[in-house]
Design a protein around this ligand. Structure first.
Ligand code: NAG
Ligand code: NAG
Length: 438
């Protein structure tokens, strides 16, 4: 039998539990509506930032860190003067621009719609979101400095121009050194840049190194010829006059000496490093398969995907090379240069795209950024001078402007309108280290 006090206690306990339950429900409802409100608030704030820049604004854009060359855009080529070539990233102003009358539906008055070659509207051509026209600036300043000294061009040295080093707003460029680890595509681009300044590129021996020095700006570009991932020179190698193939051997015998004599800028390191290794690996993998299986075998066919062992091989080798760059050049702005395909490009170039994606993954892991030039000119075969090499003209002009743009970022050119983009490499690097989304 239950005693009265026991009954009271139970009653009290049940009341207490009921109260707790009620309180819990009230708190739950409250916190739900509160967190919903704060979520809505966060969303609204987000939308506000987003609509000011982009509906899907990424931190890159919020912090003014977008790399214009990595934004989707249009390559403007002036048919009358390739020196006006420029990349026009598609901005919000462009996307939200007026609908042109010829795009209206239905067509006004049953008009026939066809398009003429007209100039890009100045608002888009001169937009501050477009990358700088560095080559025009640098060439004008080079000419001015050249005329200011009474020294024959061939005898000019950087010392002749040291007093003018800050003129024309180009002080950040003085003494800069760029090293490009790549193939003949890169070497031709260096040569073409050099020729714009009326200078010649020097090459001690084909497929070794090359150097372009512009004394008026004390700017030097160095090419390290990188003949692919192979670890030795095989019997079936197609080039006679190449002794070392493995990058480990080339590094010691030809690259390191040039680094010591010419490769170090104001920081004691190169100021910008680019690497890439598409066409030589593609060729070597073709040649190896042809030599061992013959052209009748599916492996000897050039129109094929890379096989998994090839992927694993190149991944391991590229990774080793990239790790060495990071070890030897810590803190040097380093970029993977997106690969170029052939002028006539079909399934034979599937392997280039595969090597490109592989390199992007390696670059991302190494915290390197992507130099998208190769993708920007993909399929613009009219810019090529032969089956393999983009020629001098719009393609090389774009390349040169890109090199100077990244050098300006590396050197901390400090343009306040684009701040913090040009406040040194690190200012925006964390937003740009991804593989590029291509
Ligand atoms: C192209 O030019 C022709 C001739 O001037 C003109 O009739 C036509 O409307 C133009 N097309 C557009 C889209 O402006
Ligand atoms: C040119 O640049 C190099 C590398 O930055 C530097 O060592 C050298 O002193 C510069 N030359 C002159 C004349 O300032």
């Amino acid at each position: 039998m239950l005693s009265a006090p026991g009954c009271t206690t139970r009653f009290a306990i049940s009341i207490f539990i009921a109260c707790c339950a009620c309180l819990f429900i009230v708190i739950f409802i409250f916190s739900e509506s509160f967190s919903k409100a704060s979520w809505d608030y966060a969303q609204k704030a987000q939308d506000k930032i987003g609509s000011a820049i982009n509906k899907h604004a990424s931190p890159t854009e919020v912090y003014n860190c977008a790399d214009p060359y990595r934004r989707p855009g249009y390559l403007y080529i002036d048919p009358d003067d390739y020196k006006n070539t420029r990349w026009i990233p598609y901005t919000q102003e462009f996307l939200d621009g007026d609908v042109p009358s010829y795009a209206e539906y239905p067509a006004p008055g049953g008009m026939d719609v066809f398009f003429n070659r007209t100039e890009v509207e100045p608002a888009f051509l001169q937009s501050t979101s477009n990358p700088q026209q560095w080559m025009q600036l640098a060439l004008a300043e080079d000419k001015r400095r050249g005329n200011a000294v009474q020294v024959e061009m061939k005898k000019q040295k950087a010392a002749h121009f040291a007093e003018m080093k800050d003129d024309g707003g180009l002080g950040w460029l003085w003494g800069r050194r760029v090293i490009i680890l790549g193939d003949s595509v890169d070497r031709f681009m260096i040569q073409f840049l050099c020729e714009e300044f009326g200078r010649g590129m020097r090459q001690p021996k084909p497929h070794t190194t090359a150097t372009c020095a512009i004394p008026t700006l004390n700017l030097t570009l160095i090419h390290w010829h990188f003949p692919g991932s192979f670890t030795y020179k095989p019997e079936w190698w197609w080039m006679e006059d190449m002794e070392e193939v493995a990058f480990e051997e080339r590094w010691e015998s030809m690259w390191a000496p040039l680094l010591e004599t010419t490769g170090r800028g104001p920081t004691g390191q190169p100021d910008l490093l680019l690497w890439q290794n598409g066409l030589w690996d593609q060729r070597a993998l073709w040649e190896a398969a042809e030599a061992h299986f013959g052209e009748e075998d599916p492996m000897g066919e050039r129109k094929r995907q890379l096989v998994w062992q090839e992927i694993r091989f190149v991944a391991a080798r590229t990774k080793k090379m990239v790790r060495r760059l990071s070890e030897r050049f810590p803190d040097v702005p380093t970029m993977f240069r997106a690969m170029t395909v052939h002028r006539e490009s079909d399934a034979t170039d599937a392997s280039i795209y595969e090597l490109d994606r592989l390199s992007r993954a390696v670059a991302e892991q190494a915290d390197h950024e992507v130099f998208e030039w190769g993708r920007i000119i993909t399929s613009l075969s009219m810019l090529y001078k032969d089956q393999t090499h983009p020629g001098k003209g719009p393609g090389s002009w774009l390349w040169s402007n890109m090199i100077l743009e990244y050098l300006a970022r590396s050197a901390g050119y400090g343009d306040s309108a684009r701040s913090p983009y040009f406040d040194g490499w690190d200012a925006c690097h964390s937003y740009l280290a991804g593989w590029g989304g291509r």
